[in-house]
Structure formats: C-alpha cells, structure tokens
Design a protein around this ligand. Structure first.
Ligand SMILES: Nc1ncnc2c1ncn2[C@@H]1O[C@H](COP(=O)(O)OP(=O)(O)OP(=O)(O)O)[C@@H](O)[C@H]1O
Ligand SMILES: [Mg+2]
Length: 249
C-alpha cells in the first residue's frame, strides 16, 4: 500500500514479514507490510492489541530483524548493515519513547539526559547545557535534580522525551507513549511529539490506541492482523494549540 517515493521519505519499508514460533507452530505477525514515513510528519500507527504494531516499530528501528523485507532508513539499507553498524545507526539517528518511561531510578532528570549524550563527542559541560535545553523544552527546567520517584507520571514521560530529543534524532519512535497518562498529560506528550516533527523535522512514528490523539496526526495508518488496512493523510490541519503555549513550566 506504499505510495510513490517522496523526497521527504525518512523510512521506506517493503515486504516486511515477521514470524514467531509458539510451541510447534509459527504465527505470522507481519504479513508483507509496506510502510513509509516522512520527515516533518507525525505518523500514527493504530490498531487492536496483538495486531503487530510494536513488532513493526521494532523492525523499522533496527531492534528486531524481519524475516523478509527491506527497510530503507535515511537512505541506508538498515538490515543490510552489520550488527554493530545497526546499533550505531540507532544511537546516532533514533530516539525511543515507551509506555513505561524506562528511566534509571538512581539518576536525576538531568543525569538521565546527559547519560545518553556520552559518546557523542560533546564535552561534559556541553552535554550538560544540551540536556538543560532539552529539559527546558519539555517544561522541566525546574525539575533538573529530581529522581523518577519524585516525579509525576507526566513529568517522567517528559524526561523520557527530553532524553530522546537531546540527540536531535532524525527518527523518533514512540510506542504507546501516553497510555500510562491521564488525558491532560497525554495531550502534553503528543504535542511535544508533534513539535519534534514540525520544529525539528524528525519523522515521528507513534503507536497508540488512543483515538483522542488522532487530531494531532498528519497521517494515520491502521494495522490489523499484521497487515495495513488503511493509510490516510489528515489534511484538515487540525493541529490544535499554537506551539508556544504547550507547556506551562
Ligand atoms: N517475541 C515474541 N515471541 C512470540 N510471539 C510474539 C513475540 N513478540 C510478539 N509476539 C506476538 O506477536 C503478536 C503481535 O505483537 P505486538 O507486540 O507487535 O502487538 P501490538 O499490536 O503491539 O499489541 P499491543 O497493542 O497489545 O501492544 C502478538 O500476538 C504477540 O503475542
Ligand atoms: Mg505493542
């Protein structure tokens, strides 16, 4: 169901298949899926539980090798790279945000972000400055020294977003980033993802169950039983609030 190649394509996958062995049988979780996503778009992937959404994101982002098919990511044949190069590609170009935040309990908000900036060639002071900017961008400039236990769920997810955005990734993957949050915090998070696409030009691929988030999408892809059923671009420009009013710190 892919459209013709587009100059803003960040990812283009063709014929992705993935099977898992359960007992003596195989279940086919992705069935020759074609998928593409563009820079500057918030692309939402929706579909019922077990339909293959997380598996798709894992195959697109270099976390899980598909059994068949190709992923062109930033004009590289992702699964044609050696394992070490795939890891490097992920480190250099991909940001990840998950439902469970995945923060280190012993680290402060600031440390969560500076940690991922090691090995980027920045000095300690530069990494700290970059991390502060990133945390300020998500409205947490006043929570730099708090540890996860001292942060609310919404704040934790914003730390995770700051961490993902600090490296200015070209590809941002979010898997159910709002499902552990209430409606208000869910909206803050989705607006931050939208901003990553609009202001930073990232290709943002967001898996969600939440129909309230549809209003923020540029494109909505429905997947069911391992296949794409529907792929529509949202043209209404229903992108609610102006960016500058996103966060009240
Ligand atoms: N490592 C694995 N081994 C065996 N089966 C797996 C594995 N990972 C996923 N599956 C199966 O693949 C199917 C799709 O899983 P996936 O996690 O991609 O679904 P999902 O659409 O993300 O669902 P949810 O909305 O519940 O997160 C499920 O039936 C799941 O049980
Ligand atoms: Mg999932």
């Amino acid at each position: 169901m892919t459209s013709a190649p587009h100059r803003d394509d960040a990812i283009r996958a063709t014929g992705l298949s993935k099977r898992f062995k359960t007992g003596r049988t195989y279940i086919e979780v992705l069935k020759s899926v074609d998928f593409d996503a563009r820079h500057g778009d918030l692309t939402m992937v929706m579909g019922p539980s077990g339909s293959g959404k997380s598996t798709l994101v894992a195959c697109l982002s270099g976390l899980l090798r598909p059994d068949e098919g190709q992923v062109q990511a930033l004009n590289q044949d992702l699964w044609g790279l050696r394992t070490g190069k795939i890891d490097k590609f992920r480190l250099d170009h991909c940001g990840f945000i998950f439902q469970g935040f995945n923060l280190f309990s012993a680290l402060t908000a600031l440390e969560q972000v500076t940690t991922v900036l090691k090995h980027t060639g920045l000095t300690k002071a530069q990494a700290r400055d970059r991390a502060v900017v990133s945390l300020e961008e998500v409205g947490l400039g006043h929570r730099l020294n708090q540890r996860p236990a001292e942060l609310s769920g919404g704040e934790k997810q914003r730390v995770a977003i700051a961490r993902a955005l600090a490296k200015a990734p070209r590809l941002l993957f979010a898997d159910e980033p709002t499902s552990a949050l209430d409606g208000e915090n869910g909206q803050i998070v989705i607006k931050l993802l939208q901003r990553a696409a609009k202001e930073h030009g990232a290709a943002v691929i967001c898996v969600t169950h939440d129909p309230r988030l549809e209003a923020y999408a540029d494109r909505i892809i429905h997947i069911e039983d391992g296949a794409i059923l529907d792929d529509r671009r949202v043209t209404s420009g229903a992108h609610a609030a102006p960016h500058s009013h996103l966060i009240e710190a």
